[in-house]
Design a protein around this ligand. Structure first.
Ligand code: SOE
Length: 365
């Protein structure tokens, strides 16, 4: 491809983005971290001295924002204003007004914008969405599921996401709940209208390492006791605008659950169930007649040759870079955009408000 990318961030996500870009043939001109030394140590691409130097590089068509959450708004805005297309990790921003500003600026400048809600790009999630659209599931009535992880299950586990200044005041909701909520809206075609949420910090004190620790990583660095305010678990009831009801559980402290996103959609005619840790199978349930298991048979690899998490980034970036190659944002982008990023920030606000007040809250759009 004749377009070039650059990456902001040096952690797990920066590495995932760089690998997916290489796989679709987009070259990376360089990367920027919190310091040139950190960027050099990450050894993913040539380090720039700072964001300004990256944005002044005319070879860069698109910027990938893979930094800690509190920087997403400022860095995305700077990239858009420098005329770059932007692919941002979630959450798009820390507040609705920041997220709205990014949507407005991207639209005004006609630049391609995307948020990495990559779960949509598992082929069987695309299949589930097509089945709902085609009517074979009937009217969607109930959507249940969870997103459970265990990488923060011990009081010695630490990552910048635990610090509200860097990760935001919502943790499991913003970090993993947003993926689930985006996915089930994509599949069902229904938006979350109202929430009743319960957020709990079950490990209120952690032993924070003095040195920073990467996502899913461990350290032996010296530690100091630190109070934690962001939620370890979340439970919620959901009302969708097409009439469906939902029940969701989220956790980053569930031993044995590494990256366990799963959903079940019950429609008037059939049910669909899928999980990201076993992504090659879609369960299709029937009231009359035998239930079915559909094996993935679309995507890059032939059936029986497992595809997974890294392939979702490849599939997302392929559609985003087709738009970037054309030079402007499509009228109806088929990929998740800043508008979808804003949507999750707004739902997050309603979830936080509901948990605070102990009552149902309507998502305010
Ligand atoms: C950590 O919880 C994390 O890397 C998330 O930030 C990602 O969005 C998710 O895809 C995997 O887990």
């Amino acid at each position: 491809m004749s377009v070039n990318a650059a990456i902001v961030g040096t952690g797990f996500m920066a590495w995932v983005h760089a690998e997916a870009l290489a796989r679709i043939g987009v070259s990376v001109t360089g990367m920027v971290g919190s310091s040139p030394e950190r960027a050099a140590a990450a050894d993913i691409a040539r380090p720039y001295n700072d964001l300004a130097e990256m944005l002044a590089d005319d070879r860069v068509d698109a910027v990938h924002i893979c930094s800690p959450n509190h920087l997403h708004h400022e860095q995305s805005l700077a990239a858009l204003r420098a005329g770059k297309h932007v692919i941002c990790e979630k959450p798009l921003a820390m507040t609705p007004s920041q997220a709205r500003e990014l949507c407005d600026v991207a639209t005004e400048l006609g630049l391609v914008n995307a948020v990495c809600f990559i779960q949509r790009y598992y082929p069987l999630c695309q299949e589930a969405a097509s089945r709902v659209r085609a009517g074979s599931v009937g009217a969607v009535r109930l959507i249940t599921g969870n997103y459970l992880q265990d990488w923060l299950a011990k009081d010695t586990d630490w990552n910048w996401r635990l610090d509200p200044e860097l990760g935001g005041s919502l943790r499991v909701v913003g970090d993993i709940g947003s993926h689930w909520l985006d996915l089930v809206s994509f599949i069902s075609g229904q938006r979350v209208e109202a929430v009743m949420a319960d957020l709990t910090t079950l490990i209120p004190h952690r032993l924070r390492p003095r040195e920073s620790v990467g996502t899913f990583a461990q350290t032996t660095s010296a530690r100091e006791p630190t109070a934690v305010t962001t939620e370890d678990v979340a439970g919620m009831l959901l009302r969708f605008d097409g009439g469906a009801r939902g029940v969701l559980a989220l956790s980053q402290i569930s031993p044995g659950r590494k990256n366990h996103l799963s959903f079940e959609v019950n429609g008037s005619e059939a049910s669909l169930s899928w999980g990201a840790e076993n992504p090659e199978r879609l369960w299709i349930g029937h009231r009359d007649g035998p239930n079915e298991i559909q094996l993935r048979d679309t995507g890059d690899y032939p059936i029986g040759h497992a595809q997974g998490y890294p392939d979702t980034f490849k599939a997302l970036f392929r559609t985003v870079y087709a738009a970037i190659d054309s030079g402007k944002s499509p009228e109806a982008p088929g990929f998740p955009t800043f508008v979808d990023g804003l949507e999750q920030v707004l739902i997050g606000e309603a979830i936080a408000d509901s948990a605070r007040r102990g009552q149902w809250v309507t998502v305010s759009r």
